[in-house]
Design a protein around this ligand. Structure first.
Ligand SMILES: [Zn+2]
Length: 356
């Protein structure tokens, strides 16, 4: 922040697919918007030639429900600002912490829209900017972001199976993703998920052979656009799958189970819910949504179950330098492994009539 007050350095991270300011940076007046909707409603003249700032403070929630609403500032805010003629955009991080860590993540520009420099500043820095804004004088920002777009690079999926005893039975597929953002180590997003599902499959294997095959998908390149999940679907989407599930919401405890199963699986859902109840997991009333890497399968009609994790602190850490192994609570990740073992054990031994 270069003016009109004493200059202040801000902690900023470039968003995925951001344009570059060039090595010299750019400077401009800030156009303040309290929300993505306010930016959308603004006339082009309020934005043209300026650096857009979207305030838009995400609220923590156990089910992480704020991400969809507040996340729009990141997912599509830069595209909207670029189309209105902004020279750059800075958003308040889509995060719930008070550390001076900006949260990165992907943003997407429509075909034909030139990506503008797009960054997220930490919550305390956004607070500082807002305090200055409240004085009512135009704010100046000098922005230096020099990301490079290298084009598509090779990635890969890793697939493993616990072979079932009945080769005619459709498999249970469980997924996580291997890649993470550059700022942290990816311990909670999503190494934890890969650890949880793999440990559960290993417990099933140790207990004896299941009837259905359990297929484990460690997907590559999720964060940049779910390329691994799409590649799996392109290769295997026409095969039968009994059910598809994903663990991609950190390492904190499972608190709710949601189902989206066929009519014939009512008894199976009851058995799973009853088996999970002793671990403090309640049955949700809404249909399960699945996860990004199995999203294409679920859209094609494959049933799914969500083991919903407590997301209260997930967005303190998500896509920041704080995503490190020490944030994984051993007691809570063990509860996840128990919940997954119970669930996929029942799924892998379910009857043909219960699942496709
Ligand atoms: Zn993830």
């Amino acid at each position: 922040l270069t003016g009109p007050f004493h200059p202040q350095k801000l902690a900023i991270a470039a968003l995925g697919n951001s344009g570059s300011t060039g090595a010299d940076g750019i400077e401009g007046d800030i156009a303040y918007f309290p929300s993505f909707d306010a930016l959308k409603a603004a006339p082009d003249a309020a934005v043209k030639g300026k650096i857009v700032f979207i305030d838009n403070q995400m609220k923590a929630a156990q089910d992480g429900s704020g991400y969809g609403y507040f996340g729009r500032g990141r997912f599509v805010g830069p595209n909207a600002a670029a189309k209105k003629g902004a020279i750059a955009i800075v958003i308040r991080s889509i995060g719930t912490d008070s550390h001076r860590n900006p949260h990165t993540g992907v943003t997407n520009f429509e075909a034909g829209v030139t990506p503008i420099p797009s960054g997220a500043i930490s919550n305390p820095d956004a607070d500082l900017l807002v305090r200055q804004w409240q004085h009512g004088k135009p704010l100046r920002l000098k922005l230096l972001l020099t990301p490079k777009t290298l084009g598509d690079q090779p990635s890969g999926n890793v697939i493993a199976e616990v072979p079932g005893s009945d080769p005619k039975a459709s498999p249970v597929i469980i997924a996580c993703h291997l890649d993470s953002w550059d700022l942290g180590t990816g311990a909670i997003d999503d190494a934890a998920g890969c650890g949880i599902i793999t440990a559960a499959a290993k417990h099933i294997m140790a207990a004896g052979q299941p009837r259905r095959t359990i297929r484990i998908l460690w997907a590559g390149a999720e964060e940049v656009g779910v390329f691994g999940g799409k590649a799996y679907f392109d290769a295997h989407g026409k095969e039968r799958h009994a059910v598809a599930m994903e663990s991609d919401f950190g390492a904190d405890r499972v608190w709710r189970v949601d189902f989206k199963l066929p009519e014939g699986a009512a008894g199976l859902a009851d058995r799973i819910a009853a088996a999970l109840a002793p671990y403090g997991i309640t049955r949700g009333k809404q249909p399960a949504g699945g996860g990004a890497d199995v999203g294409a399968l679920i859209e094609s009609g494959v049933p799914t179950i969500d083991l919903q994790q407590d997301g209260t602190r997930y967005f303190d850490i998500h896509h920041t330098p704080d995503d490190t192994f020490d944030k994984v609570d051993p007691a809570q990740i063990r509860q996840n492994v128990v919940a997954w073992t119970v669930t996929i054990g029942l799924l892998a031994n379910s009857a043909d009539a219960e699942l496709p």
